[in-house]
Design a protein around this ligand. Structure first.
Ligand code: IMP
Length: 428
């Protein structure tokens, strides 16, 4: 069965661990959107691996990994990741396939991302990896794709034209001296040689695999509330991180999808700017941030933390069509005497049960909470659902009921074995 795995909050839900677990039963693991702004952390055997561009399935020998057409690729970041993997004994040759249609992140994308963020207006709190400017060029038909890089003459002419446009923006708007054509051209021409062996028609590759009943795992990056259409616009990333992105970002038709798994944290976090209704006050923020090690895997920035938000959860279930949930980091709540869940928002005398599409309304929303008693027990060693304390089971059952979606996986620690698999029939 082919599975799409989605972050159902603002990213950093712990997708890396679940992708790693599901990779064992998959033949192909595929990234379909985003770029090196993602940071998927996998811990096992006393080691920690953080993957930014290459699908996390690469850690499993023999699995084929695909970077689909919807991803934006920074070759510098890609090669760094390949080299780091090699040092730990993981060879990507013959197992990594990169779409010839994926767009390239160019030096001017990273520079403009940084200059925009450093400007006075409209700060989003991006990862400064050039993601937004690269997707903007894709839509404006000013992008450079992997296949363009493999055609030296075309690449040179097109880079010349595009860089001329970019340098006008850099010099006239940002007062920057502009970027040198030869330097970019030479660097990217050397990347072309290194990239070539990985480049493939990934659309054919994946559709052939689907026809042969191979199992494909679509590895979502970021999260639903960071989706450019369905998230807290403009405080979002620039791709479709919802389930639809897996279709357009790979060229595999929706009819090939068997299930959609949403990953949520037992609480909520977000990095960067933008409204966050259930955000904690300073005391709980420090406690949960430290216990949950809530610091960005890509930028190291401290994550903002808050209570579980069922309005966000229901929105994710709806726009992604989530069939089932993985609830991560339940153990982080172990010490709390009382735990809150937001079930709605109060705004201008009205109660919202659905997620407001306008951030200006969201900014004015006060969460409506229900409170649950904590379990105040260490969950990190528990491996069976029935061994969880009753209050932990009640909390999970409530999340499941509020989201009208069964929970199939519960995580109580970062290691592979700190995982509880739940049979739907028995648990909820
Ligand atoms: P960008 O994707 O770098 O353009 O950043 C846009 C927004 O998405 C910022 O708020 C980032 O913090 C956020 N973001 C991007 N990638 C991730 C991620 O992998 N996890 C969490 N937040 C992310």
């Amino acid at each position: 069965m082919n599975t799409i795995l989605i972050g159902a909050q603002w990213g950093d839900e712990g997708k890396g661990k679940i992708i790693d677990l599901l990779s064992r039963q998959s033949d192909y693991i595929v990234r379909y959107q985003g770029g090196a702004n993602a940071g998927h952390t996998v811990k096992f055997g006393g080691k920690e691996y953080i993957l930014h561009l290459i699908p996390s399935g690469i850690l499993h020998r023999g699995k084929k990994c695909v970077i689909g057409n919807g991803v934006v690729i920074d070759p510098e970041a890609l090669f760094k990741e390949i080299d780091t993997l090699k040092k730990t004994g993981i060879d990507v040759n013959g197992r990594l396939f990169i779409s010839e249609q994926a767009h390239l992140i160019m030096p001017y994308h990273k520079l403009i991302d940084r200059l925009q963020e450093e400007g006075q207006n409209g700060k989003i709190g991006t990862t400064k990896r050039g993601i937004g400017p690269c997707y903007a060029d894709k839509m404006a038909r000013l992008g450079l794709r992997v296949s363009d890089l493999l055609d030296p003459e075309f690449f040179r002419d097109r880079l010349c034209y595009i860089l001329d446009e970019k340098n006008k923006i850099l010099t006239k708007i940002y007062g920057h001296k502009g970027l040198d054509f030869k330097e970019i051209h030479d660097t990217y021409s050397s990347y072309a040689k290194r990239l070539k062996p990985f480049v493939a028609d990934t659309i054919q590759l994946l559709n052939n695999a689907a026809d042969r009943k191979k199992r494909i795992l679509f590895e979502g990056a970021q999260g639903t509330l960071l989706d450019v259409d369905h998230g807290t616009y403009p405080y979002v990333t620039s791709s479709n991180s919802t389930a639809g992105g897996a279709i357009t970002g790979t060229g595999v038709a929706p009819t090939h999808i068997g299930q959609i798994l949403g990953v949520v944290k037992a609480y909520t976090t977000r990095v960067g700017e933008g409204p966050f209704p259930t955000e904690f006050g300073p005391e709980l923020m420090d406690k949960i941030r430290n216990k949950g090690e809530e610091f960005g895997a890509t930028t190291g920035r401290p994550r903002r933390c808050g209570w579980f938000d069922a309005v966000v959860g229901r929105h994710s279930v709806m726009v992604n069509g989530l069939d089932t949930l993985a609830v991560m980091k339940l153990d982080v709540l172990d010490e709390l005497p009382r735990i809150k869940i937001a079930t709605g928002y109060k705004c201008g005398g009205k109660i919202h049960r659905t997620f407001p599409s306008n951030v200006r309304i969201l900014e004015r929303c006060e969460p409506v909470y229900e409170e649950h008693p904590g379990w105040q027990t260490d969950l990190s060693g528990i491996r069976r659902y029935r061994d969880l304390p009753v209050n932990a089971r009640k909390y999970l059952a409530r999340l499941s009921a509020l989201l009208k979606t069964p929970i199939s996986i519960i995580s109580v620690g970062s290691q592979r074995n700190q995982t509880i698999f739940v049979s739907h029939r028995k648990a909820f």
